[in-house]
Design a protein. Structure first.
Length: 144
């Protein structure tokens, strides 16, 4: 008889706990960190940057090419912004992606592959702008 009371009490506690759990609201959906952000350089210009604030650049020789042309040693100094498969599927204009020769998805801005610059260290650095006359940061234009 005592055994039945213990089992009955345990069952009641379990049901109460289950009921309390069922009444809890579901956890909020996971929020994803944005792929890009906006930073301000020393001149007060608003630049497109990656999720940790490194300025993003475009490379003139990539224009109108089916795959990015900055590879090998170039990609060591100018790391391409590589996306996960999930990120590549969830992009909205002006962002997009292009496949590199190694089949990795690289972020694009207005159709142009984007890169960071290895020597930019802190948010807002734009040391890569104008190098060789072919590297340019992406500046946001103010809307009137």
């Amino acid at each position: 008889m005592r055994f039945n009371k213990i089992i009955g009490a345990s069952l009641c506690v379990a049901l109460l706990a289950l009921n309390a759990w069922a009444d809890d609201p579901p956890p909020p959906p996971e929020t994803k960190a944005p792929l890009t952000t906006i930073v301000t350089n020393d001149d007060g210009e608003k630049l497109v940057a990656d999720s940790i604030g490194k300025t993003l650049y475009v490379f003139d020789p990539d224009m109108n090419k089916p795959t990015p042309t900055c590879t090998g040693d170039c990609a060591e100094v100018w790391p391409p912004y590589i996306l996960t498969d999930e990120e590549a599927l969830d992009l909205k204009a002006p962002l997009g992606h292009v496949l590199r020769a190694n089949n990795k998805a690289q972020l694009t801005y207005e159709g142009r592959p984007v890169y960071t610059y290895a020597f930019d260290r802190v948010e807002g650095d734009d040391f890569g702008d104008g190098i060789g006359g072919v590297w340019h940061y992406i500046e946001l234009e103010e809307k009137p």
